[in-house]
Design a protein around this ligand. Structure first.
Ligand SMILES: NC(=O)C1=CN([C@@H]2O[C@H](COP(=O)(O)OP(=O)(O)OC[C@H]3O[C@@H](n4cnc5c(N)ncnc54)[C@H](OP(=O)(O)O)[C@@H]3O)[C@@H](O)[C@H]2O)C=CC1
Length: 278
């Protein structure tokens, strides 16, 4: 089956946090390369499905009132699987996929491609796994996709960006920097506490930190398609200046190495080789 990128009919099994975010991001896309004619969503999580209907209207959204997931499949060609890991087997075993029409994209974090192929009976070329954050609702998420597919990538690009992964193993490794969101906030909170301890008014410190890190992140994102970009930004720091000094100090104190070690531990947890604790 050749998946088109025009007039797509998307179905959502589950309408919780991530389903609502993806549906919102795709339904509000202005991308002309990929067009969506309709979205069929579960009635589940009624406040979220009702909010989608209220925002985009009945021309774009249909809520499956009967609760029969087969109705969603029968009206759609791209199916996003957005239920909890414990619900996956039951939900997929009760519906019948059409080889000619359906492509499935599973958001279920613990699902594997072989498991999804087996549960759906679809050919491997029609089965995908994707990871993203709820910021896809505002086109600010970057999706991870496996296996690689230029067409599916095109469909997901309106959500903010998409990286096709060579294998599930590579996808797992790519997930790890997203786990560093928490530590990033902890660094900012540490900066705030340090400034306040040194007499800076808390509101000024908080505003300044938030805005300064935003500027830093924007510079980091600007040429991020070039793997040398981060090295260039480091080398751009004034020789002998205080930024270079800060890098030297943190390297000497082992802070940068400890990031690598923390990422190794998270990978061990994600792959079931350990409990993730440092
Ligand atoms: N939240 C996130 O940021 C991310 C989540 N994920 C993954 O996405 C999946 C969903 O997560 P999330 O959206 O947070 O979870 P939610 O609990 O918000 O959503 C789960 C949805 O599945 C529905 N559901 C349960 N049983 C059925 C059924 N038999 N038929 C149809 N729908 C059903 C629930 O309905 P009801 O509420 O009525 O029970 C709910 O709408 C998980 O597997 C998670 O790992 C992946 C990336 C990010």
């Amino acid at each position: 089956m050749i998946l088109s990128t025009k007039d797509l009919k998307c179905g959502f099994l589950g309408c919780g946090t991530i389903a609502a975010a993806i549906a919102t991001g795709l339904a509000s896309s202005s991308d002309e390369e990929v067009t969506f004619s309709h979205f069929h969503v579960s009635k589940r999580s009624a406040s979220k499905s009702a909010a989608l209907l209220s925002r985009f209207g009945p021309d774009k959204i249909t809520i499956c009132e009967s609760g029969d997931n087969q109705e969603i499949l029968d009206s759609s060609n791209v199916i996003f699987v957005c239920v909890l890991p414990s619900q996956l087997e039951e939900v997929l075993s009760k519906v019948k996929f059409d080889h000619e029409r359906h492509t499935i994209i599973s958001l279920v974090s613990t699902s594997t491609l072989p498991q999804l192929i087996s549960l759906s009976s679809l050919p491997p070329t029609s089965v995908f796994k994707m990871i993203c954050l709820p910021s896809v609702a505002t086109h600010d998420g970057t999706c991870l996709l496996v296996p690689k597919s230029e067409t599916v990538k095109k469909i997901l690009l309106p959500l903010g960006g998409c990286v096709g992964c060579e294998s599930e193993d590579i996808m797992t490794k790519m997930m790890i920097p997203a786990c560093l969101m928490g530590p990033m906030y902890a660094i900012m909170k540490g900066n705030l506490d340090w400034m306040v301890k040194n007499g800076v008014p808390a509101e000024d410190a908080s505003y300044y930190i938030g805005r300064t890190y935003l500027g830093i992140a924007k510079d980091a994102e600007a040429k991020c398609t070039d793997p040398k970009h981060f090295t260039d930004l480091i080398e751009e720091q004034t020789p002998g200046g205080i930024n270079q000094q800060a890098i030297e100090n943190l390297t000497k104190l082992g802070a940068l190495d400890s990031y690598d070690k923390a990422m190794d531990k998270i990978l061990e947890r994600l792959t079931g080789r350990g409990d993730g604790k440092a």
